[in-house]
Design a protein around this ligand. Sequence first.
Ligand code: AMP
Ligand code: GLY
Length: 428
Amino acid sequence: MKILVTGGGGREHAIIKRIGPAHEIFCAPGNGGIASDAKIFPEIKATDIDGQVELAKKLGVDLVVIGPDDALALGLADRLKKIGIKAFGPEKAASALEASKVFSKDLMKKYNIPTAAYEVFDDPEKAKIYIETLEKFPTVIKADGLALGKGVIIAEDKAKALEAVTQIMEDKKFGESGKRIVIEEFLSGPEISVFVVTDGVNAVELSSAMDHKRVGDNDTGLNTGGMGTIAPNPFYTDSIKAEVNKLIIKPTIEAMQKEGCPFVGVIFFGLMATPSGVKVIEYNSRFGDPEAQVILPLFKGDFAKLLEKTAEGKLGEYTDSSPDNEYTACVVIASGGYPEKYETGKVITGLNENGQIEDMPDVTIYHAGTKYTDGYYYTAGGRVLGVTAKASTLKSAIDRAYEAVGKISFDKMQFRRDIGKKALIGNE
Ligand code: AMP
Ligand code: GLY
């Protein structure tokens, strides 16, 4: 097959590596590391919908796999389908599952899918009056729209909650995304990421994962796109999995059908195992980054076929979903300063010309923000590399990933030293 992958981060590199060299793969915009596995088009951004559609037409691809949420929310899948090109990823209406917190919360309420209790506001004064009546803190304030993963504020007390409303609705910290807000109950418990590929009716569940969102060790410092992941998530036990399938996954897929916007692609369920049952924290309408880097290497079947059958609405014909009994760990190496200001253009040492580490076949380096020029890889983003190892135990996957991290260096590089530590406790 000829396949175009939209995007240019570690997630897209993981998708491309898992599709594999049996197919002709293109990627726009791509990055330096992706260039060793696919033909890249650095000038065409993921959000350049006209450019992506033109490229897909010009290349005559059989399938487009859409990586990032904003391209989906801009209607890339709708545009491709209109001209007869198959797309893996939801149409604009279904992408609201992630792109609008109000849509997703109202959907969950209507269909009795367990989630935190909430209220919606489009008037800052009314939101503030409501906060004055709250007795329990922390409380959680979320901008309705996409905000690069930063639109959630956990307010420790009343003053911070009032300030959050001002920042989001009046100072427009997240632009138009903050025109409406959700104020919801604070939940606690381990977080579990679950990935389900669906053609709108049928579903194939992939591995679960655990993310590490904060920049610093022991979950300190600012929130990031994700500093590391492990898979599968040990908190996702067989009994929790059965509960999640019955009360969350199946009802969500059916709810989207009933609302007239069947979801085609992958639903990333952000869950929390609370003392009163598993609840949905958020939905995402795409693979996670860096979750894709750990769940896709564990997928044993024919991945290109899975993507194609999903896009065709024929996932029922896909039969091979044999589970893998291995473990993966991904440690993200980021530029110093990330998620705030950072420098780029630093030369990276320790990688061979394919952007991998020599003689470590159990380790894959997924490139998130790199550029390849004259035989050298240079940093070109906040998150630079996702160093991923696969092994027969979680502990050895983590150890091997860190061994590989030790071979890579660039000026001011940073990474967390505790990826998977929480998952190992009691699970060694
Ligand atoms: P989101 O952008 O919705 O994934 O939220 C970012 C992070 O905020 C989540 O991964 C949780 O750690 C946290 N969070 C979101 N909603 C809640 C909630 N209702 N209670 C506690 N933590 C939350
Ligand atoms: N790593 C979190 C996300 O992709 O949303």
